[in-house]
Design a protein around this ligand. Structure first.
Ligand SMILES: [Zn+2]
Length: 237
């Protein structure tokens, strides 16, 4: 009995060992055959990971450093340049989006009836022109970009490139053109009272935390295209 027991004790582990050894050896052989394929798969995976980190994630990180979640740059939202065929010349040097031409001209006519003479100072501005304005004024005034951005949009970030923005002055007080003092003119008071009837809205009011108050700068929101363009801006106000 004792001998049998000993044999049993010996047999079982031996059998297990043999089985395991056989199994290991089959597994090792399979691994040996498959190893070039596994190496290839691993290499592809590793390369893709590295590529994603280098091209994707890191770029995204840099991009995220430059802009915040709503794509503002120095407080300004990005705006695409209007296609040329949608621009119309309403007077020398003033081009606007065709959607707002009639409304803008009607507004000037209505103001005239009330004895107010509105002057159009600036309409559409190309991204190239905005580039010149932003960088030349910045260097001539020795201003930092953030400082300059309070009074002028960086190129690609101006409402003027959409054709839906218009800077307005008072013919009786040209000294207030592009000045905060424009808010003390009859033209400004008339606009505050009447501009909404013509679908115009003051873009940068006194509550804007990034951009200085611009009583002369109005934008048109009287068409679906215009509403789409200013959707983000309106949502965040
Ligand atoms: Zn403006």
């Amino acid at each position: 009995m004792e001998q049998n027991k000993d044999l049993n004790q010996f047999d079982i582990p031996f059998a297990r060992r043999t089985h395991l050894n056989n199994s290991n050896s089959i597994f090792n052989k399979k691994l040996l055959i498959l190893s070039p394929f596994l190496f290839l798969l691993f290499s592809i995976f590793a390369l893709r990971l590295i590529r994603n980190i280098e091209i994707g994630s890191l770029d995204n990180l840099n991009f995220q450093d430059q802009i915040n979640h709503d794509h503002r740059i120095l407080g300004h939202l990005p705006y695409a340049e209007i296609p040329k065929e949608k621009l119309v010349l309403i007077e020398p040097n003033i081009e606007v989006h065709i959607d707002m031409r009639n409304s803008l001209l009607n507004m000037r006519e209505e103001a005239k009836k009330d004895g107010i003479f509105l002057v159009f100072l600036s309409g559409f501005r190309s991204i190239n022109l905005q580039n010149d304005i932003f960088y030349s004024l910045k260097s001539s005034r020795n201003q930092e970009a953030a400082e300059r951005a309070r009074v002028s949009a960086p190129p690609g970030y101006s409402e003027h490139s959409t054709g839906f923005a218009i800077d307005i002055g008072d013919a009786a007080h040209r000294e207030t053109d592009f000045q905060t003092e424009f808010e003390n003119t009859d033209a400004f008071r008339w606009l505050i009272k009447n501009a909404a009837k013509f679908h115009f809205k003051l873009s940068f009011n006194k509550n804007n935390k990034f951009i200085d108050y611009e009583p002369w700068h109005w934008r048109y929101e009287g068409s679906i295209e215009a509403l789409k363009v200013f959707e983000t801006s309106n949502r965040e106000l």
